[in-house]
Design a protein around this ligand. Structure first.
Ligand code: BTN
Length: 312
């Protein structure tokens, strides 16, 4: 897309010349881009056409945006390695509530150092928060994910559940994930960068085979594309509301909403941590956002950072 500049059509030969690459290398690279969701069409005769694609236009996003803190500043990029890292580059000058969105990420990151596939059509964004209320940042991340679920329900009519810690799932298939990266000054939370990856308008066939059957997207669920600007705006509004409530000390109400949406509590689970795997029954979410599990040996253990599989 970038290579095409303002032109809608070009030829493989012209593009290869401009890139100083062979037609074969150019064609391979273009096909890789197409697999990443770029709206390209190829003809047998070597013509390359860019299909219409609506980006998340930050100006339109700002119009009618009614938030107090989240979205006071909005940055948009076409491609980045990771919006988390791009936002960190701004952090000294960035104010509380700064949002950074990208159309695609080359090296999107998930929790537990996993990679996160970020083709065109998703919502990939990071938000910088500098909370002043001295409560666990885990609650804020859980409240953030719950607020995103509310926005998806309102705009797209899909009702995801929360899988602890921060996954949104529709019939056990993951539709979105939240990554919260905190930095502390001693024991004081300095800032939190909350990343959201939401499979909005994405063909799930783009995902690797091992993820097929475990992921979904909004357009797969509803059979049509969702307006990403409307949805992003609503996400900013719902998360802003949750953030303001967190800041005014309503953590227990937020936790209550989290628990209502959470499909993990009551399940037989397998919890994976750096110390190994544990099986048991998920009993509750504690006031710091930890998952409380009764293990097979009867011990009740809180898990703060872990991955969870629902066993039934
Ligand atoms: C997870 O479920 O593992 C969390 C996924 C978070 C992905 C988002 S996409 C935007 C932001 N930038 C990243 O590199 N990761 C987060």
């Amino acid at each position: 897309m970038v290579f095409l500049g303002n032109e809608r059509k070009t030829s493989l030969r012209k593009l290869a010349l401009a890139l100083r690459a062979s037609p074969r290398e150019t064609s391979d690279a273009l096909h890789r881009l197409k697999r990443l969701g770029y709206p390209l069409r190829f003809s047998r005769a070597g013509a390359i056409e860019r299909l219409p694609f609506r980006i998340i236009d930050a100006q339109q996003l700002r119009a009618d945006l009614s938030t107090e803190r989240i979205g006071r500043r909005i940055e948009w990029r076409l491609h980045v390695h990771s919006t988390q890292d791009e936002l960190k580059k701004l952090e000294g000058e960035a104010e509380d509530g700064t949002v950074l969105l990208a159309e695609t990420q080359y090296a999107g990151r998930g929790r537990l150092t996993r990679s996160w596939l970020s083709p065109a059509g998703g919502i990939w964004m990071s938000v910088l928060l500098r909370p002043t209320w001295p409560k666990s940042h885990q609650i804020l991340a859980l409240a953030f994910a719950t607020a995103v679920a509310r926005a998806i329900r309102a705009v797209a009519g899909v009702s995801p559940l929360l899988k602890w810690p921060n996954d949104l799932v529709v019939q056990s298939r993951k539709i979105a994930g939240v990554l919260a990266e905190a930095s502390y000054d001693g024991s004081k939370l300095n800032q939190l960068i909350v990343g959201l990856g939401l499979n909005a308008n994405i063909k799930t066939t783009l995902f690797p085979e091992e993820l097929q059957g475990r992921v979904t997207s909004i357009n797969r669920e509803v059979g049509r594309e969702v307006d990403r600007i409307l949805l992003t705006r609503r996400i900013l509004e719902e998360t802003d509301d949750a953030y303001l409530r967190f800041e005014s000390g309503e953590a227990s109400e937020l936790l209550h909403e989290v628990k209502r949406l959470c499909s993990t509590v009551g399940q037989e689970v397998e919890v994976t941590t750096v110390d190994g795997k544990f099986k048991g029954e998920a009993l509750d979410i504690g006031e710091d956002g930890q998952l409380i599990v009764r293990l097979g040996n009867g011990a009740t253990v809180p898990f703060y950072a872990a991955d969870v599989a629902h066993l039934r």
